[in-house]
Each structure stands twice: as C-alpha cells, then as structure tokens.
Ligand binder design. Structure first.
Ligand code: AMP
Ligand code: MG
Length: 316
C-alpha cells in the first residue's frame, strides 16, 4: 500500500522519488495531484501513461512562490498583480515561457506558454521545496474518472503507478484551480475553479475574456489557438518518405533516408517516443523540409496520445 501519512520523513522520500523520475501523489488545497519532475520529459510521459489520457494536454507545473515562477516564465504587470493577490492558492497562470525554461516540452504540450501555480497546501509546498524543482501535476485520477480528494481515491485509481501517496486527509477546496491566461494582450479565463472570476476581475480592474476549454475539443484543431502546429505539412502513416521530405520514424524497421530524419524510439518504446515527440517535431520543422512524413505508430497505450497530437499537426 503506497499511502503514507505526510510526515517530514515521507515528504523527504517523496522528493527523492521525484528527483529519480518517479511519480508521487500529493495533496493540494484543490485536489490530489499526480506529480512528476516537470523538467524530466520521461517522468512527464509516465504521468500520461499512468492516467491513460488519450491526448497530451498541457499540465500545470507547481512552483514554490512567485520568485520561483519568474525563473521559468515572464510575469508582466497583470501576472504580478494576480500572483500577489492569489498565490499561494487555487489560481493557475498561463504565462510566456522564458527561453531558458527547463520545463519539458511534453509538460507544456509543445507550447511557448507554461501554466504555473503556487499551491497553498503545506504538504505540497514542503514537497516542492524538498524536490527543489517544478512539479508537473494533473489530478491524480485515471482519465475520465473524477478528481480525487482523498488518498484512498488516488490509491484506487493509481496505487500501482506511484512511488507513494502522501496522505494529509481530504482536500479543503475539492475543486480544480481557476486557469487564467495572461500570456497575451487580454487576460482570459480558460477554466473556472477555486478562485472566482469576480475576485480576479476586481484585482485586474477589467473583465476577463472567456475561452472555452480547448483541450476538450478534439476534432477542430484548426481552432486551437494554444495548439502547437509545425510549419511543415505532416503526412501520417507513411511507409516511405519521398525525396526532400523529413522523416519522423518509430521502431526498429525505419527505412533508410538521406534527408532530415529522427526516430522517436528505435526500440519501439512508446514512453520514449512520447518523451521525444515535441523536440523531434520542432527539429524536423526547423530543417526547412516542406513535409514531415510520419511512420505508423501503434494506437495502444501512449500511442493514442502520440497519434492524437500528430493528427492535429496534420490537419490544417
Ligand atoms: P489539470 O492539470 O488537469 O488540472 O488541467 C490543466 C488545465 O490548464 C487544463 O485546462 C489545460 O488546458 C490548462 N493549461 C495548462 N497549460 C496551459 C497552456 N500553456 N495554455 C493554455 N492552457 C493551459
Ligand atoms: Mg483532472
């Protein structure tokens, strides 16, 4: 049974596990989170694998305080005001990433923005400080199940996937964090949650634009403002790349190719493939090839999310 009361010893063990790239569930004031070292792409891939999420939506990275946040992202005047008013607390800010931001592309779904939150829960804060790195953490439930507000809920869904579950009783809020995008010209509400729109508007002195949750609209990638799209045309399920095309290969049977080429996982390991996906797309796009030809990838496990992302990249 991986549940442990959140003592100082257990928190230290959880931090060590995170640093080794393992998953740890921990309480926050909103819901229990499934945490991984946000700077470790492989650990982040393990989150998607454990949750069985059919797509790579961007994750929230949990940081110690606003100063810590400023190491990873640019905080303009609106972000600074919101951070001062609501951090620590149930508000997530979507911010422009710094060029040297070490948070993995897989944690931000390849976007130039990053979602950051400073939780107020003392166990979450102690864990972030002990791990000494940003912790990417969606809710600690299997995809499609409700968010967990007790350690027992987490154990029922993900007990076999985590190094340990830090137990500190039921979550106080039991609702997800409010997500506000302050990366553009106009602050926008991306998700309602623990902090009310009115409270946020009172701090900003303007009304929030409303964006529907794009992550939940699978079939209209053209409309996804926050969706990473390569410049090149993407051709899926190709057996053979044409001359001048870039090749995104998978597995041991990749064809020989004289043009730009990357193999997501020469051994056919889907976790490794997920880990490499966004960097590979960017690199092949940067090669200048007009077309990126993608070999078939099995539609099992993480392959479903990988194929979802590639299909979105292919539609334009
Ligand atoms: P969860 O981690 O399950 O609590 O969900 C995270 C929420 O934040 C989802 O609604 C995401 O779509 C949203 N989110 C995270 N990062 C970004 C980003 N860079 N841009 C837009 N939305 C984001
Ligand atoms: Mg969730």
């Amino acid at each position: 049974m991986p549940i442990r009361p959140a003592t100082a010893d257990a928190i230290a063990d959880a931090a060590a596990a995170l640093r080794e790239g393992r998953l740890v569930a921990f309480p926050t004031e909103t819901v229990y989170g499934l945490g991984a070292d946000a700077t470790n792409a492989r650990a982040v891939a393990a989150i998607f694998e454990a949750k069985g999420r059919p797509r790579f939506n961007p994750l929230i990275s949990h940081v110690a305080d606003a100063e810590d946040a400023a190491r990873f992202a640019v905080l303009g005047p609106e972000a600074t005001a919101l951070a001062a008013a609501f951090w620590p607390g149930a508000l997530t800010l979507v911010l422009n990433k710094r060029g040297d931001c070490p948070i993995a592309d897989l944690a931000t779904a390849g976007l130039d923005t990053v979602a950051l939150r400073v939780p107020s829960h003392p166990v979450a804060r102690a864990l972030i400080r002990a791990a000494d790195r940003p912790i990417a953490a969606p809710s600690a439930n299997r995809s499609g199940h409700v968010s967990p507000t007790t350690a027992a809920h987490v154990d029922a869904d993900l007990g076999g996937n985590v190094a340990l579950i830090l137990d500190d009783g039921p979550c106080a809020i039991g609702l997800e964090s409010t997500v506000v995008d302050v990366s553009g010209d106009k602050p926008a509400l991306l998700r309602a949650g623990g902090v009310t729109r009115e409270a946020i508007e009172a701090v900003l002195g303007v009304s929030l634009a409303l964006h529907t949750d794009e992550a939940d609209r699978p079939s209209s990638p053209g409309q996804l403002a926050s969706h990473y799209a390569p410049r090149a045309t993407v051709r899926l399920n190709a057996i053979e790349p044409g001359p001048g095309e870039a090749l995104l290969a998978f597995g041991p049977t990749a064809p020989a190719h004289s043009g730009p080429s990357m193999n997501l996982s020469p051994t056919g390991d889907l976790i490794e493939a997920a880990t490499n996906l966004f960097a590979a797309l960017r690199q092949l796009d940067a090669s200048g090839a007009a077309t990126i030809t993608v070999m078939p990838i099995p539609e099992t496990g993480l392959g479903e999310a990988i194929n979802d992302r590639l299909r979105r990249a292919a539609v334009r």
